[in-house]
Design a protein around this ligand. Structure first.
Ligand code: NAD
Length: 427
């Protein structure tokens, strides 16, 4: 996919979609024009090209990005993505969404995002380690536990974070080694991670969905679910929803799509995906095509893969009551408009997938205080913060007569604006 979504002449790029979302909320809020101007572009855009030795002795040049959107509320914060479709426009959009997300959840972070344009599945573990370490080295002092804190995203995981942490630690002074553990979050438990971080995004998504279900008088027990993407976010959301009695009836990933009206058994499917790399060939369901996946009879639709999937092409097919955005930016402006006209509720990314950054904040706090919190403690705190953000969003949606996304942006933007107006713009 190119920077532009492949739909037609009026299609917007991912960053243009992000801008349009910002402009819509800025208008509702009558956002100060200088604050609006500042927030419409990232503060820093870093692109690094770095060579890495492959297992066969040859060298390959990689292109990496770190976009630091805003840090007025706290250190830049956001994931690192390893994927063939990583590009500047996408990372800029993703970084801005992190700023709104942190501000909405009231965690003391700003927004950033990074990535390397390559397919991690094509590389050995040793090559992945060298790519990750060389990228971290290239970023140098542009990251740090009080400046910019990366985390996992598509194509990266706890192991990637541990390599980044170790590289950063070993590039600085010896006496500060243990003090800089919080340079990344999403680490393994043994290397300083937090309990509950791995499932945090799926868990947070389900907490928000439960609150929506309460509002709507909808029972998750017996509900049907379709999920695009069965990695960290999709598979954890599926397993948690399965335990609540919901039935995952259709799943799509980069290898294909499978469906089973009786339910796909999330745990078994996750084990299959771990073993084979994707959902294609899973024999407790039937293979379906992309169109049939979007048209699946499912009460709940969870995009948990790439951006710009729900568009003028796919939204008309969808039959769900609610879309819960596990992925960042999974729908474009046309797709969102079509869903609205069909009366589909949308729980926007900046809220629905904010469990990740929230537990990342807990991990960062635990690192700073040399503490280890119990899973129960993490889940309770996460639940409280997700519910508070959901309630704020709903209150503002009603107050301003706007959609959930605009309402969520309004809370984030007004918090950021207050700080800019208090501090003034230097010099
Ligand atoms: P992951 O790498 O664990 O899984 C990604 C999934 O997307 C895989 O199932 C993959 O097959 C699928 N996918 C990739 N390309 C696809 C395509 N072209 N069509 C259909 N499926 C495709 O990634 P993840 O961490 O689960 O992230 C998924 C989404 O959630 C991303 O948008 C990410 O930004 C967002 N997110 C992740 C976190 C987190 O904590 N990991 C937090 C917030 C938001």
């Amino acid at each position: 996919m190119s920077a532009r979504t492949k739909k037609g002449p009026s299609a917007l790029s991912v960053f243009e979609v992000a801008q349009a979302q910002l402009d819509r909320a800025a208008h509702v809020l009558r956002l100060d024009s200088s604050v609006h101007a500042i927030l419409s572009q990232p503060k820093n855009e870093l692109i690094v090209n770095f060579p890495v030795r492959m297992d066969d002795g040859s060298y390959r040049l990689f292109k990496g990005y770190r976009i630091q959107h805003n840090n007025i509320m706290g250190p830049f914060k956001g994931g690192v993505r390893f994927h063939t479709e990583v590009h500047l426009d996408e990372v800029k959009a993703l970084a801005s969404w992190m700023t709104w997300k942190s501000a909405l959840l009231e965690v003391p972070f700003g927004g950033a995002k990074g990535g390397i344009k390559f397919d991690p599945r094509e590389h050995s573990r040793a090559e992945l380690e060298r790519i990750t370490r060389r990228f971290t080295h290239s970023l140098g002092s542009n990251i740090g536990p009080d400046y910019d804190i990366p985390a996992p995203d598509m194509g990266t995981n706890a192991q990637t974070m541990v390599w980044m942490m170790d590289t950063y630690m070993n590039s600085g002074s010896r006496e500060l080694k243990n003090a800089v553990r919080g340079v990344v979050t999403g680490k393994s438990l043994t290397s300083g991670g937090s309990r509950g971080r791995e499932k945090a995004t799926g868990q947070g998504l389900v907490f928000v969905l439960q609150e929506w279900a309460k509002d709507r008088g909808f029972s998750l027990d017996g509900a049907t679910v379709a999920i695009q993407g069965f990695g960290n976010v999709g598979s954890h959301a599926a397993r948690i929803l399965g335990r609540l009695g919901a039935s995952v009836v259709a799943v799509q990933d980069h290898t294909g799509a499978v469906a089973n009206p009786e339910g796909l058994h999330p745990k078994r499917l996750a084990e299959y995906v771990n073993r084979t790399g994707g959902v294609a060939g899973y024999d407790h369901g039937v293979a379906i095509d992309r169109e049939a996946f979007f048209a699946a009879e499912a009460d709940i639709f969870i995009p948990a893969a790439l951006e710009m999937q729900i568009t003028a092409d796919t939204a008309p097919l969808m039959k769900s009551k609610v879309v819960v955005e596990g992925a960042n930016g999974p729908m474009d402006i046309d797709g969102e408009e079509i869903l609205r006209s069909k009366g589909v509720d949308v729980l926007p990314d900046v809220l629905a997938n904010a469990g990740g950054v929230t537990v990342s904040y807990f991990e960062w706090l635990q690192n700073r205080r040399a503490e280890t919190w119990s899973l129960d403690d993490v889940d309770k705190r996460l639940h409280g913060m997700m519910i508070a953000a959901y309630r704020t969003m709903r209150r503002l949606a009603i107050e301003h007569s706007v959609d959930n996304r605009t309402a969520a942006y309004c809370h984030a933007l007004s918090r950021i604006q207050t700080v800019y107006l208090e501090r003034g713009i230097f010099p």
